[in-house]
Unconditional design. Structure first.
Length: 408
């Protein structure tokens, strides 16, 4: 046990010794001392809409050309655009350099034009017209993968809680919908979860409602001691806006299955390739949270993207409640005061900028790099997790190159 007291505020330990223990357990050596564990970037495009297209229904930025890729997704959109210049801000994979601006017409057809990060000012006057896409355009999703054991070392399979999240406009101008899919849990312990909304305060938000009207852990058959406050919208310790998701990752996925109705049993779900007594394969569950902003905050919504979404897990360690955030938000103790996540350049959470990320199977390390040896679920030469972890400027596309026998 790394900490010896029951109060996180008074933990007495040697910080340097703690970091050295973690470093020895972490599967990367050496670790890039400048690493931020960031695979995403904030991008913007200035798109000029001609008068001839003034009757279009919406202006969008897409991940791909929908005629060439049926998985093309919406990265940003607005129906409140002007003839002339319009700025759209969106979150993008750092490795992606080409995007597609699109105007949707009344008949569903699109005016579409590509642009790059280095040429992000464009006019739609010479855009190409294509028929209405055969597939409905979905919204871009990111995958968030967590280790459950912070502040202790993990097993680094990054599958203890796996969420997929997308953001889209709401039915009103001052609304956004946050779609959260709980897709896997390989945790041994109780894992709760919430979302901190970056750059917005609790006081900026009028309400958060759930599309189907039910909290995720409605009817939970035990005392909630990680996320005791069951209000969906909560105020953080410093006025942050927080959306409560659930108390128990395993229970919310399993409790409504016909052979487990109401059961409070900890299963490992969607992290094994075989079925056993304590494992299951279950279709992911989705909840849609409708966030209604106050009028004085509505102008900020033009900048609202997946980069404003900071999901985190909540776990118990040594009698106290801890938050685990992605590295860029590691100091954001929004609900529980357990000190800063000051653990050198190691991480217990990853944001993967794709909806198709295949997380490692239970017990399979996501990737290692020690003594010149590259192993793990993502180990392809020149595209390995270990290569990226050792040098943030290399193998930034590692998450697109799984070893298929090692991932779910």
């Amino acid at each position: 046990m790394l900490f010896s007291t029951m109060s996180c505020k008074k933990d007495m330990f040697n910080a340097e010794t703690y970091k050295e223990i973690l470093k020895l357990e972490f599967p990367i050596d050496p670790i890039d001392e400048e690493h931020q564990w960031n695979l995403t970037a904030r991008r913007s495009a200035t798109i000029t809409v001609p008068a001839s297209a003034k009757d279009a229904l919406r202006l969008m930025v897409l991940t791909d050309h929908p005629a060439n890729n049926k998985s093309a997704a919406i990265m940003a959109e607005t129906s409140d655009f002007n003839v002339g210049n319009n700025v759209l801000i969106f979150a993008a994979p750092e490795i992606q350099n080409t995007f597609y601006a699109a105007l949707e017409m009344a008949d569903g057809s699109l005016l579409i034009k590509s642009f790059t990060t280095s040429e992000s000012r464009l006019s739609m006057a010479d855009a190409t017209s294509i028929p209405k896409p055969a597939n409905t355009l979905n919204y871009q999703s990111f995958t968030y993968c967590f280790e459950e054991n912070y502040p202790e070392p993990g097993d680094y399979d990054f599958n203890d809680c796996v969420l997929r999240i997308s953001v889209q406009p709401g039915d009103k101008a001052n609304q956004r919908k946050i779609n959260v899919s709980m897709v896997a849990t390989g945790a041994d312990k109780l894992v709760g979860a919430a979302i901190h909304i970056n750059n917005y305060k609790y006081s900026d938000i009028e309400s958060v409602t759930i599309q189907d009207g039910k909290v995720w852990d409605e009817g939970y058959p035990a005392h909630r001691y990680l996320m005791e406050n069951t209000e969906t919208l909560q105020e953080g310790r410093n006025g942050e806006a927080v959306i409560r998701l659930f108390e128990n990752a395993s229970w919310i996925m399993i409790h409504n299955q016909t052979d487990n109705i109401g059961a409070l049993v900890n299963y490992k779900i969607n992290v094994t390739s075989t079925y056993s007594e304590d494992t299951r394969q279950i279709n992911p569950m989705v909840k849609t949270y409708i966030v209604t902003f106050k009028e004085n905050a509505t102008a900020l919504l033009n900048n609202f993207s997946l980069l404003e979404i900071d999901p985190f897990i909540v776990t118990n360690y040594n009698g106290a409640t801890w938050e685990t955030h992605t590295y860029n938000q590691k100091f954001a103790n929004v609900l529980f005061d357990c000190g800063t996540q000051d653990s050198g350049h190691m991480t217990w959470a990853l944001c993967i900028p794709t909806a198709n990320f295949r997380w490692p199977l239970e017990g399979t390390i996501i990737g290692t790099a020690k003594n010149g040896l590259i192993t793990g679920a993502y180990r392809e030469i020149n595209h390995a997790f270990g290569s990226w972890a050792s040098n943030r400027n290399k193998a930034k596309d590692w998450y697109l190159h799984p070893t298929v026998t090692s991932v779910y």
